[in-house]
Write a protein that binds this ligand. Sequence first.
Ligand SMILES: [Zn+2]
Ligand SMILES: [Zn+2]
Length: 536
Amino acid sequence: MKIQFLGAAKTVTGSCFLLKSDTRTLLVDCGLHQGNKAIEQRNREEGILSPSALDGIFITHAHIDHSGLLPKLVASGYEKPIFCTAATKELLEIMLIDSAHIQEMEAKNASKKYARRGWGLPPKPLYTQEDAEKTCSLLTPVAYQEPFEPFAGIRAIYTNAGHILGSGSLHLCIQEGKQSTSLLFSGDVGRPNSLIVQDPDTPETADYIFLESTYGDRDHKNEERSVHELKEAIDYSYRQGEKVLIPAFAVERTQEILCCLHMLAKANALPKDMPIFVDSPLAIRASAVFSRHRDLFDAQTRALLGNGEDIFALPNLFYTERTEESQAINERKGPAIVIAASGMCTAGRIKHHLRHQLWRTGASIVFVGYQAQGTIGRKLIDGAQVITLFGEDIQVAAKIFTINGFSGHAGQSQLLAWLAPLLRPTTQVVLVHGEAKAQRILSQKIFDQFGLSCAVPDYLEEMDLCGQTIAETVMHADAAYPTIAWDALANDVERQWAIFRERLRDIEHKPWVDQKELEDRLATIQYHLNRLITRV
Ligand SMILES: [Zn+2]
Ligand SMILES: [Zn+2]
């Protein structure tokens, strides 16, 4: 049996694992790559995956970095079942449509920009709402803890991963002739004692465990400290009459933050005249799905609901659905809390709010979730002084808060505790869904504690799984990381510069007004070159 890593390999986004047994070709997750332009280009790569060769797809949970490329696959001909839990199905039904809407909007904006600038054909949307609807018709719900046989010789079972509503770890047992191989995909593993969802369950063990490693290098600060930090950020901006922006995934994180604000309000720790806006139509619809699945809530949340408390409601909480309502938030004077998606600031309304707030002294940006490499969110928590948004450079004067305690992911010791009962001397642990540093540190920890060496696959790498070992691995480094010809690029720039020097004589004969315009252009180039130099 072979597995190829089509995403979430030495990165956290784009989860997608292609499994080829003697008889079946299966996909586990089919996520969108999120990050900078280079990472997101992977969403458009063709020829890596052939939809007609696939027999079935399993989705671990609804987050777009695990599901967001499904409609692209369906648009190119995939029409077999997509297995997931019932709550994941309901969440995907709103999230995929939303994602398609974003794709269509971005393509529309890009086509206007291309036309204005006289560039060639604009990029098409990755997929449309119609593709997303067709995808939803293929979603096949299955229950937690109930083994099912999607195909002869394959047994599958989902257990609760405690990460978001409906999230699962997937256990597969695949028969090839007399040989049976078991594989466990952790999916994103949640944090025990997190708000709303129940703690992760312990799944069945397997020959191969594909373990997420987002926080493989650190533990989270405790939750109480995080609630206190959130309060600090709110107080800071309230005193200055400014806004608090909370970029948050529309699913789970937004509901958790609301639950937390609800508890702060109960303790009289929130200013009464500071409105809270949930500025995300998707978050509004997701909250409705949550309300329908109270059976999946943990005991603490159910107790609150039992008292008649609505954890998603507060006296000065407003859900803004329409674009005009969203725009009005920024025109509104005075302090406010704004929760908007996307969580890593790669798309959505949060980018507009950042444009209005980043440069304002006294405003705060509060990060409550993981920020992947290359995203605007990551640049901000890494201390960027200037951020480019919608083609404009914006100075960062707002205060940046990073609160880790709300994470939807298990921290290092929690991952180790999840893994411990599953290990046998022959278990092969493969680390996915993490950045290189987190994976290196977690891998060392697993070796120190359990004496097991982990495999850490790269993007597009293929592994041959044989018996209980990894028999062979094949790298595709050229396709995964095309070489950047820095020397040739620098030579080009030098050649252009030489031409410019030659033409300087002619510039001096131009009218002064025209010369001033050219001087401005040169100043812009110098500014960008300077920014480039400081980043090298
Ligand atoms: Zn997730
Ligand atoms: Zn994930």
